[in-house]
Design a protein. Sequence first.
Length: 381
Amino acid sequence: MKHDPYSLTELIRNEEFIAWVMHPDELSDRKWRAFLEKHPRKRKTVESAREYVILLAKDTGRHQPTQKQSDRMWSIVESHMHDETPKVPEQEPVAVFRTSRGQGWRWARVAASAALILSIGSVSYWFYYKKADGPMQEVAAREEAELPNTIQKYNDTDKPMTVLLQDGSSVVLQPGGRLSYSEGVNRKRREVTLTGKAFFEIVKNKQKPFLVYSYGLATKVLGTSFTVDASSESKDIKVEVRTGTVSVFSINNLDNSQKEAVLDKPELEGVTLNHDQRIAFSKESGKIIPLPVALTAASDKDVSKQHFVFDETPVSEVFRILEGAYNVRIVYDREKMGGCPLNATLIGQPLKEKLEVICNALDAQYEVADNQITILGKGCK
């Protein structure tokens, strides 16, 4: 079954959606208005999900939106209430509430809501860590709100997922992780929003920094490889550098003008990390704490621990290592290419750059389609 990131159960666990429901602002309004215009059949699902989020806030004792915020958010959904009904009605999750704008939020409690709340108990984590006046919601949704053509990648499998970005960078997203980004051009910076754990290999571009946003923490690089672990279950975000230099800093206390100025600078800001250095960022206090160097052995299955150093290594073995590290399938003529030796050090290079080096050595070309890579060439014989 194809995963629907905008189903009822996914929306009520989606931090960007929760941020809009609880504390809507101009940017989040713009994002969800664009979404509803593009997907009018989803308005009832959005309405039901919004009501569940408010109910969860009430049941967990967390802040609810003010009447002014409720009216403003309702107007976004209400503006799509009179759209033409689709010929094939959407089969939606259970809609158990009905809302009246004139009388504020009114809840018709049913037994099904209790079962739903129990089944998604992890949502209460969001209400615990995101205070009413906290800026983390804005940080998580900022780029998506500004860019209607946001791409979302969600790894709902039990294996790593490799995401190839437009600039040639590669991201290995671990199970349960979510990556949001835009492929717009002519921008001052490259940006992604991460929930979960991912390993990044970033193409070098000193004039266009690459930024990863997670719960108020910005990780800024010009071109390097590093891991960000921003799991929703953890109180801390961990950043570990594999190669190059990375800077990390909190943007919770910056206003919009300060934030834009800091993010646009090609120079690195905040705490600077080098090879094998690690930090933890507390979601509660916003403090950055150095961590001891982790001593771990190389692993064919963990791309962040793989050395990618090849000395007269048969190409068949090189491809086997790449398949394991990136969870991809490499198709090639084993008889012609398998025994060809490779001498290369490819640590820190994005997957596409690794493939280019290998293909140059083989006088070959490569094609990428989903998670399959096809190598075309005559080999070395």
